[in-house]
Design a binder for this molecule. Structure first.
Ligand code: SF4
Length: 723
């Protein structure tokens, strides 16, 4: 196994045990040459090992060239890094100017082959100019090609970067540094550990690693989060260069980084059998203490830590200081949440507003909110939404003086003046707090009604499924119910499907933008129209007559479509619980599912009706299928919030005799498919349904019962299928 090492710009050694380099990044516009120069000088004076500058395009490459020449003329030879995000041509031009180019090759082009070709071109230029490449992948910016296969996981981050490293080795190019940043310390640490192991075991060499907790925020929180993530890895011998990203003056990042490096090298005194921290000041204390206890908390080796005996500037740590630190460290290690969690980018040349003061104001005005709710404050709309990872709400700069507010990944209030953005953000969160939340088969969903719309009668039988609204637990979908006139009909609708079932009609269309459009009618009268965003995580329903019918159908449709990717399916079936298991009776409407269920209730002791029409089946993490009651139950009101492991599926067919047989393979699969709701013409939904149906057909017994509606049928069935 080879530890790869080289010198950046021919003078700064990195890798294979060279001293850890502490670097930072300008938050000035690179084209503002005087401001960027002033910041670079201050950073160099503070001891920055490397300085990164935003390099969006060719114009900024030219500005970087001027900045570099002027710094060199002044005797400042700190290596400069061009920060490229998307534009491959900017990376190619920067290779001849910067000492190091930071890229995510996956962002070079939508087509993977094109991105690969551009990356090889960049390698050739970097070889020619002696330029280092940093392959920088962040948790929030993984491409769909990778996440479809590995999810949005540390494993996906590792896999994504290994592909590019193999290409570097094929091209015999080793002047490469790698980073896999995330704002979640657990994700970040796990990703680097996986990568370190994979490089050793699969590549036979270790490329130098750049460590950082991205979007860490500022102040104590930003320092502690960074110390936990970076400190844990440095202590394991992983990491060659670091950046502490702070939403503050970037010059502050240098002492914070140096303190982390020093804390890892330090030895700690032991008093009365307890390890204590001796710190020069508060910042020194929080970083040392986070580096000391953070790794064991993160890895769940300890649950708490002692502060007795620790000192700051020679005096004991006060109780209030200790409690404040304990809360923040436990939260940074994701062990206990006592306050909202903030995600904030450090700002860069793309930031067009005062990020630091805005971030502090957002924190001040939202600090009362629920522990664990994640609020992101991001400098720009180009990278902000992708980089804010799994934030519940996002405040994202969009051009000069304007902001777009996000709920999760959805932009919900667009391009509003900055002066009103914090008020609107609070109003958005407040409205969400008032929504009604329900949980079916472990999936939460929320309903928000506009002023003047009464949805309480429609939701009466959802009561057993109601849960307290918790902003830190994002629902899988939200339905907004608005009055007539609240949802304009879009132009250019394309019809996909129509269904008329016993007087209730549903029409499904899509809009030119890719949204889904539903019309729910009862006895020929339109009762509601719904527009759902792609992915079905958000929808708006306009109600007219028969509000109950529209709301109920909208929720059932959204639930069925949204959860197909979550190993969950909505069945058309009657369910009987017996002996601790649930048995689902399937068949077309009118086949006698409810009748057969009633026969079990009457003639098979210990039977209980779980649901009469629309139960949910979900495959758990252990691979076991469970059936859940739901708020949807056809003609027999049965809204039980209960669940059981699935004992079997029984397809019913009317016959002049009673006979039962087990179905296997394709026969079992074919029986399940018509009983599961879904838009099968939608590729993503069909894939999700297929995966679950396959697992059910192969993991749960499926039977065919040809029967009369009599006691003997129930007895034959129950005696054969019960396990
Ligand atoms: S999200 Fe922040 S740090 Fe990232 S590119 Fe935008 S302004 Fe710069």
């Amino acid at each position: 196994m080879v530890n790869i090492s080289f010198s950046i710009a021919g003078r700064l050694p990195i890798g294979d045990g060279a001293p850890v380099i502490v670097q930072t990044m300008c938050n000035t516009a690179t084209d503002d040459i005087e401001a960027s120069l002033a910041q670079c000088r201050a950073m160099a004076a503070a001891g920055a090992g490397m300085i990164r500058l935003t390099t969006q395009g060719l114009k900024q490459v030219e500005s970087l060239r001027i900045i570099k020449e002027r710094l060199r003329a002044e005797g400042i030879d700190t290596p400069l890094v061009a920060d490229i995000h998307f534009l491959a041509d900017a990376a190619l031009a920067a290779a001849a100017v910067a000492d190091k180019v930071r890229i995510n090759p996956g962002n070079f082009a939508r087509e993977h082959e094109v991105a690969c070709a551009k990356f090889r071109e960049l390698i050739a230029l970097c070889k020619q100019h002696g330029t280092t490449i940093r392959i920088g992948l962040n948790h929030g910016s993984l491409g769909e090609r990778i996440t479809r296969r590995y999810g949005n996981t540390p494993l996906a981050m590792k896999e994504a970067v290994m592909e590019w490293l193999r290409m570097c080795l094929e091209e015999d190019f080793r002047q490469v540094v790698v980073s896999l940043k995330a704002s979640n310390t657990l994700v970040m640490v796990e990703a680097y550990r996986l990568l370190d192991r994979a490089m050793r075991e699969e590549l036979g060499c270790r490329f130098p690693l750049h460590l950082g907790v991205t979007e860490a925020g500022g102040g104590d929180e930003g320092r502690i989060k960074s110390a936990v993530g970076i400190g844990t890895l440095l202590a394991e011998g992983i990491g060659d260069t670091i950046r502490v990203s702070l939403t503050e003056d970037p010059v502050h990042e240098i002492p914070a980084g140096e303190q982390i490096v020093a804390a890892i090298a330090a030895s700690y005194s032991t008093r009365g059998g307890r390890t204590a921290v001796e710190a020069a000041d508060w910042n020194d204390f929080i970083i040392k203490a986070a580096c000391l206890w953070g790794p064991s908390l993160l890895d769940k080796k300890i649950d708490d830590f002692p502060l007795e005996g620790s000192t700051i500037g020679g005096r004991p740590v006060e109780q209030a200081e200790g409690e404040h630190f304990r809360d923040m460290l436990l939260q940074a290690c994701r062990r206990r949440f006592t306050a909202p969690e903030y995600i904030a980018c450090p700002g860069c040349g793309r930031t067009l507003y005062d990020l630091e003061s805005t971030f502090n104001e957002v924190k001040r005005r939202t600090s009362h909110l629920a522990p664990g709710i994640k609020i992101a404050v991001m400098g720009c709309v180009v990278n902000g939404p992708g980089e804010m990872a799994d934030a519940d709400y996002g405040y994202v700069g969009e051009g000069r003086g304007h902001v777009t507010l996000y709920r999760g990944k959805e932009p919900v209030i667009r391009y509003i003046p900055q002066e009103e953005a914090i008020d609107r953000l609070l109003a958005l969160i407040e409205a969400d707090q008032k929504e009604q939340t329900f949980q079916v088969a472990g999936h939460r969903f929320a309903v928000q009604a506009a002023e003047g719309v009464d949805v309480s009668p429609a939701l009466a039988h959802y009561a057993p499924f109601a849960v307290a609204t918790d902003l830190a637990k994002a629902p899988v979908f939200r339905l907004f119910v608005v009055p007539q006139g609240g949802l304009p009909q879009p132009d250019g609708l394309t019809e996909e499907f129509r269904q008329d079932d016993d007087g209730s009609q549903i029409r499904v269309c899509h809009t030119p933008e890719g949204d889904s459009w539903f019309e729910f009618s009862l006895w020929g009268k339109l009762s509601g129209t719904m527009r759902a965003r792609p992915g079905f995580s958000q929808a708006t329903l306009e109600v007219a007559d028969y509000t109950d019918f529209a709301v109920n159908n909208a929720l059932m449709v959204l639930y069925a479509l949204r959860t197909t990717s979550l190993k969950t399916v909505l069945f058309h079936a009657a369910v009987i619980g017996n002996g601790g298991r649930g048995y689902l009776f399937l068949g077309r409407s009118g086949t006698g599912k409810s009748t057969h269920a009633r026969l079990w209730l009457k003639h098979v002791p210990g039977s209980e009706l779980v649901n009469d029409d629309n139960p949910v089946v979900r495959i758990g993490a252990d691979g076991t299928a469970r059936v859940y009651g739901s708020p949807w139950s056809g003609k027999t009101p049965c809204y039980k919030n209960m669940d059981l492991p699935v004992g079997g599926f029984v397809q019913l067919a009317q016959a002049p005799y009673n006979k039962i047989q087990r179905l296997k393979g394709i026969g079992a699969y074919a029986v399940l498919v018509p009983s599961i709701s879904g838009k099968r013409w939608d590729r993503a939904i069909a894939d999700g349904l297929h995966a679950t149906e396959n697992a059910l057909a192969s993991g749960v017994p499926v039977w065919m019962l040809e029967c009369l509606p009599d006691e003997e049928a129930a007895r034959l069935c129950s005696q054969t299928i019960r396990v």
